[in-house]
Design a protein around this ligand. Sequence first.
Ligand code: GDP
Ligand code: MG
Length: 220
Amino acid sequence: MSQEKKISVRETVYKKNDDLAEEIRKNMKNKGKLFFNIMGSIGAGKTLLLENLAVKLSTHYRVFVINGDIATTIDADRIAKHGVKTVQINTGGGCHLNANLIAKELEKINIDDFDIFFTENVGNLICPAAWDVGAQMNIVVVSITEGEYVVKKHPIIFKDAEIAIINKCDLDGLGFDSQVLEEDASKIKSGMKVICTSAKTGQGIDDFIEALGIEIPRDE
Ligand SMILES: Nc1nc2c(ncn2[C@@H]2O[C@H](COP(=O)(O)OP(=O)(O)O)[C@@H](O)[C@H]2O)c(=O)[nH]1
Ligand SMILES: [Mg+2]
C-alpha cells in the first residue's frame, strides 16, 4: 500500500472513531449523565482511585465503571467488590479503549439505570491520547514515582485533559517536585486542575470529586 493510501486509511479510522465518540457524548449529555475517562500509566493508582470514588459516590449515585486492560478482570473485580456495577473490556493486545468498544458495552445496559459513568483506560500515556471514547472529561493520573517531567514527556495526553491527578502523595522522600508538573500542566492547558491525592489514605479524594463537578448531598 502506498504511503498516501496508508495515511488516508488511518485518517478515516480516526474520523469514524471521533464521530462515534461525539455521538456517545451528545447522547450522554442529553440524558443528563456524566461520563469521565481516567487515563494514566499502569500502576499510577487509577483503580484504587476508582475504588475510593466508588465508595464515596455509590451511596448517592448509580455508578457504572468500564475497565480496560489487555487481560484479566482483576480491576473490574476490585471495583465490583464495593457494590458498583462494572464491566471489564480485554483488548487483547490493544493499548487503548475506543468509542466503538464503549458503544458496544453501552448497548448491553440500560443507560438510564445509571447516573455516572467512568472508564479506566488501558494503562499507558501514549495510545489513549489519540482515541476519544466519548467522555465529557478526561483525567490523567500520574503517581509521584513517575517523576515530575511526565507532562513535558507526554504532552499530547495532557492537552485533552481537564484534570491532572498527582497520586501517591502519601509517599515521602522521593524528591518529587510537584511545582514543575503543575507549571507544565498549566502551560499545556490553562486552567487545568492539578490535585494531589493519596488513594491509600483518602487525601484529596473530595477535591477530586469536586473537580469532576459531582455534588455529594450533605447528610441530614
Ligand atoms: N502508597 C500508595 N500506593 C498506592 C496509591 N494508589 C495506588 N497505590 C498502589 O499502587 C499499586 C497500583 O495501583 P492500581 O490502582 O492498581 O494502579 P493502576 O494500574 O493505575 O490501576 C497498588 O499496589 C496500589 O495499592 C497511593 O495513593 N499511595
Ligand atoms: Mg488498574
